[in-house]
Design a protein around this ligand. Structure first.
Ligand SMILES: [Zn+2]
Length: 506
């Protein structure tokens, strides 16, 4: 986005996120809710809409939908189901059961890691549709030689979360989706896997003259399947609308498709209005009115959400304002679910900043393995490093070895079928340190090494003594080489400064 456009136009983004609920069975029948099975194996008369079949609401799906509502600070209300009629081939009944004028969750908000609040208009329950695959070069229905349909997904429970049009750029939309994803995982509603379609994002994008109160005509970009694509799609679409308006044309309200390959959006269909769907109340289901005790149980049983966890870790680690390096480390650790590693280290007396840094960098680089590492093992490593038993370089090496042990235990990376192992993997950093000969460097040996290096580099030492801090790294590097990485960089710097002070105090 260039400067002129950025100052002349405001971008307005609202998002609709479809979240598949993590239930064992579908929303209205007992068919398994599982991804990746052979096509059309998880189907029955109810999800195929055969005459005479009746839907029965899945209580676990309602429970998870209310957890989402509670986590997003929504009002949880009595709700009812409607039939949304349409005739795409992906729904065998030719209608989808959804919630229309009385959704279960309304009027909430979500706080981004920047501290900004985005409104949540509603989060309602509906069933997913089947999946169509178009055979042909384009992969789309136009020009396809044939189309295949898999009804395994038809009837899978979804919650559709509709935000207010509160976001003003593509990056903010990305932050919203990643925050929402963390919340959905934290409340146990979803596995958050965008690549498997567990989370699917539609973006409503419009532009208006900077500062104007009136919204422009919006276009909806359907089914964006990664955060990276979301940013590209919104930026392309905003520029397209600005170019149209600046050349005297108008933006038409429509549904558009984002093409991953060329990074452009193209028309799919003109946008439907709600009357196109001929909504009417689903006659086979009663009004859904969870009682107060159920709702209260949901609210009080929610684990801490990401914003709360960021505040907790941020306070313990002395993180600065949002956007600062330390706050970014806190955001990374919480979004990956690695905060337990940090908290456990602090509880065991470890240095908070050190724990945060190892978790946000080395552990986060291999998050899938780090999530399975026992927090107690990580805490032990942090206290070894904090007390100077091992150097920073050695600590990173040991952490790498610990994560390798985790990989072996849980059976990833071997190429063979993974074992059913679950839970945390215990590792012993002390044992690894001994095996690798990482022993505590004797203080007098370290001093001896520093003295030798000072003696053979008198010019550099003179510069250091006269206050030139730039040569500090030179000495640290020399000591590291001489001790084969066994020395701790911070101790070396401290010893160098102490020597300099001694000289100056004589
Ligand atoms: Zn079924």
């Amino acid at each position: 986005m260039n400067q002129v456009q950025a100052t002349k136009w405001d971008i307005v983004v609202g998002l609709e996120v479809h979240c598949e609920l993590d239930t064992n069975t579908k929303l209205f029948c007992g068919c398994p809710n599982s991804f990746g099975d052979d096509p059309n194996t998880n189907v029955c008369p109810v999800c195929l809409g055969l005459p005479g079949s009746l839907p029965v609401l899945n209580a676990r799906a309602v429970d998870l939908a209310m957890r989402i509502g509670a986590a997003l600070h929504c009002d949880i209300r009595p709700s009812r189901f409607h039939r949304k009629n349409y005739f795409y081939p992906d729904m065998p009944k030719d209608y989808q059961i959804s919630q229309y004028d009385a959704p279960i969750n309304c009027d909430g908000w979500l706080e981004l890691s920047s501290g900004k609040r985005v409104g949540i208009e509603r989060a309602h329950i509906e069933e997913d549709t089947g999946k169509t695959t178009h055979i042909g070069e384009s992969g789309r229905i136009q020009g396809a030689t044939s189309s295949l349909v898999d009804y395994n997904r038809a009837g899978v429970p979804l919650v559709e979360i509709v935000s207010a049009p509160d976001m003003n750029c593509a990056e903010e939309a990305k932050d919203y989706v990643s925050e929402l994803r963390s919340i959905l995982i934290a409340c146990g509603a979803s596995d958050g896997k965008m690549e498997e379609g567990s989370l699917r994002v539609d973006a409503n994008v419009s532009v208006k003259p900077a500062g104007s109160r009136e919204f422009g005509t919006r276009c909806e970009i359907k089914n964006v399947n990664s955060l990276k694509s979301l940013v590209r799609a919104i930026e392309y679409e905003a520029l397209r609308q600005i170019a149209l308006i600046e050349s005297g044309e108008v933006v038409r309200q429509e549904t558009r498709h984002f093409n991953e390959n060329d990074g452009k959006t193209t028309t799919m269909r003109s946008k439907e209005d709600s009357h196109d769907y001929r909504y009417f109340p689903e006659p086979d289901l009663v009004v859904l009115s969870p009682d107060e005790a159920w709702i209260e149980g949901i609210r009080s049983g929610l684990p801490p959400m990401p914003a709360e966890r960021r505040a907790l870790i941020g306070a313990k680690c002395g993180a600065k304002e949002p956007g600062s390096p330390s706050a970014n480390q806190v955001a990374t650790v919480v979004s990956l679910g690695l905060d337990n590693l940090v908290l456990r280290s602090i509880e065991s007396g470890g240095d908070p900043k050190l724990a945060l840094s190892r978790a946000a960098n080395e552990a986060a680089a291999r998050e899938d393995l780090a999530l399975r590492l026992s927090p107690a093992s990580f805490a032990k490593l942090i206290s070894m490093e904090g007390s100077g038993k091992i150097s920073a370089t050695q600590s990173k090496t040991i952490l790498g070895a610990m994560l390798e042990e985790v990989a072996e235990q849980i059976g990833t990376g071997s190429g063979t079928e993974s074992t059913s192992f679950s839970g945390f993997v215990e590792c012993d950093p002390e044992k690894i340190a001994q095996e690798r000969g990482f022993e505590q460097m004797d203080a007098s040996a370290l001093l001896g090494s520093i003295d030798e290096i000072i003696a053979s580099n008198p010019d550099e030492w003179q510069r250091f003594v006269s206050g030139d801090e730039k040569v500090t790294q030179f000495f640290v590097g020399q000591v590291m080489r001489a001790t084969r990485g066994q020395a701790d960089g911070k101790s070396v710097i401290a010893l160098l400064r102490a020597k300099k002070d001694d000289l100056q105090n004589i």
